[in-house]
Design a protein around this ligand. Structure first.
Ligand SMILES: Nc1ncnc2c1ncn2[C@@H]1O[C@H](COP(=O)(O)OP(=O)(O)OP(=O)(O)O)[C@@H](O)[C@H]1O
Length: 237
């Protein structure tokens, strides 16, 4: 299988996650192992309830696994995300990770433009920050909507703002949970092209969770999760 980079930037090793106890105890991840490489767009598919969002949350530092490791690259060294203290992990996530949530998670009081600007408030170079915000608004067809707040936007428009917000800081990792689900296919394709550009042009490691088989031609690697078991699958020729 093609590997764009030689060393993984993330290694999820034998990850286990269980919900509930007693009779309602359910193992959702059974020793799942996967590696993410810079420059790769990876698709994670599987039936509803198979544990995809859980795996994404564990890999991105949002949900602690019961067992296993998530090793992430920090200046050439692999560190266990779940051995960091909460402040270190949060700082790592803020610096290196863009997350596109199923429910958008936009701030109700901010306009589309402000949702992006707030991510870059630490960026010393104001002109560069403005340039990146302008570029993403343009690429996602949001220029005319930049002054609108979430309540004034459709589901698909909110989705595009959430995607622009995840990409604006050029993160090393992008985790996207059903990023095309609220979009028509034309806009879904635009989103996949952007995610692919984040991987291929900016060397991000991009992991997309989706049910949509139409995304397969866009990706470099395809994983399938079923009943908590993860396996790599082939891609269409
Ligand atoms: N906090 C929780 N407590 C208990 N069970 C949970 C919790 N979160 C998820 N689950 C259960 O774990 C299983 C996996 O959920 P998860 O959301 O990871 O699946 P998914 O593959 O992303 O599903 P979908 O494709 O429908 O979004 C489901 O059966 C779900 O009901």
């Amino acid at each position: 299988m093609p590997r764009s980079g030689t060393t993984p930037v993330l290694r999820g090793l034998r990850l286990v996650k269980t919900y509930g106890d007693g009779d309602s105890r359910r193992v959702v991840l059974h020793e799942c192992t996967l590696e993410l490489y810079p420059g790769q767009l990876v698709l994670l598919m599987g039936p509803s309830g198979s544990g995809k969002s859980t795996l994404l949350a564990v890999l991105s530092g949002l949900l602690e696994p019961d067992a296993g490791q998530v090793l992430v690259d920090e200046e050439g060294r692999l560190r266990d995300l779940w051995q960091m203290n909460a402040a270190e992990r949060e700082s790592y996530r803020r610096r290196h990770t863009g997350f596109i949530f199923q429910g958008y998670n936009l701030l109700p009081a901010l306009t589309a433009r402000q949702q992006l600007e707030i991510v870059l408030h630490w960026c010393g170079d104001r002109r560069e920050a403005r340039r990146r915000v302008d570029e993403l608004l343009e690429r996602l067809g949001l220029v005319k909507l930049q002054g609108k707040k979430p309540a004034q936007l459709s589901g698909g428009e909110k989705q595009r703002v959430a995607i622009a917000r995840a990409l604006v800081k050029n993160p090393a990792f992008v985790f996207a949970d059903e990023p095309t689900s609220a979009l028509d296919w034309e806009n879904g394709q635009k989103v996949m092209e952007l995610l692919r550009a984040a991987a291929h042009e900016r060397q991000a490691a991009v992991l997309v969770v989706s049910h949509d088989h139409r995304l397969l031609p866009y990706v470099d690697v395809h994983y399938h999760l079923e009943d908590g078991y993860l396996e790599e699958r082939g891609l269409p020729a």
